[in-house]
Design a protein around this ligand. Structure first.
Ligand SMILES: [Zn+2]
Length: 245
């Protein structure tokens, strides 16, 4: 059964599923969920009155609205990128609007200018813009990671020598650490805020001493970066957006 309620200027549509009476305590109350595809489903006991269900949805309307907004936001960002003017580009945690400037006689270049990431190109097809942007991010990543690595490593007394790193595009990972002690860092990480970049560097550095994720490893990480969990949470929240390219 489909119903909807008003919430501010919007309507929240939902589907009611009546549950057969099984006598389970958990099935005697109305429960509301927002599914991954954005559908709002209300599971109600068979005997519920319609106004009782609507009242329950009203009580949780704010929460439902927040879930729907978060869902919309996620979907907006995971749409395939088009590499056209106005699209969002992230750099060090800041959102910049992409500006594609087509000029047949100018050299191809990327500039961060007054809050805009400006790509000058003689051809504006998405592949070309993407390639130019990728190269720009890679250069920035090389520079910034080379600066942050010694900074983060500075307080690690057990570190004998400064490890080197290389850039490696990975689809689902920000970094890794090889048994031979070379750090791999995803150049896409340069899109994240600096504390998150430091977190990934710190995480991989600690693997130089402890190669697994044992309690000993986390003690080491916490000693280096007491707030690593908050940084990780922030980065996890942006992962879909930052890794989409
Ligand atoms: Zn790890």
């Amino acid at each position: 059964m489909r119903r909807s309620i008003r919430y501010g200027d919007e309507r929240i549509a939902f589907t009611i599923r009546f549950m057969p009476r099984l006598g389970l305590a958990s099935q005697r109350r109305i429960s509301i969920s927002v599914l991954p595809d954005g559908a709002v489903v209300v599971d109600a006991p068979q005997a519920s009155e319609p106004q009782e269900i609507v009242a329950a949805v009203h009580r949780r309307a704010r929460w439902i609205w927040q879930q729907l907004a978060a869902h919309k936001e996620r979907m907006r960002h995971v749409l395939p990128r088009e590499y056209i003017s106005g699209e969002s580009c992230f750099y060090l945690g800041r959102r910049h609007a992409l500006k594609v400037k087509v000029s047949s006689d100018a050299a191809a270049e990327v500039k961060l200018l007054r809050g805009k990431l400006e790509v000058t190109t003689s051809v504006s097809d998405p592949d070309t813009v993407r390639r130019l942007l990728d190269a720009w991010y890679r250069k920035r990543a090389q520079e910034i990671f080379a600066r942050r690595l010694p900074e983060v490593a500075d307080s690690l007394r057990w570190l004998k020598e400064m490890p080197s790193f290389r850039l490696l595009n990975m689809r689902t990972q920000w970094g890794s650490c090889s048994p031979s002690g070379i750090l791999c860092l995803n150049p896409q990480l340069v899109k994240a805020p600096r504390p998150c970049i430091d977190y990934v560097i710190g995480h991989e550095l600690c693997h130089l001493k402890v190669h697994n994720h044992s309690p000993a490893y986390y003690r080491l990480l916490a000693a280096l970066m007491p707030d690593w969990e908050a940084r990780k949470r922030e980065l996890d929240g942006m992962a879909e957006v930052l890794l989409n390219r």
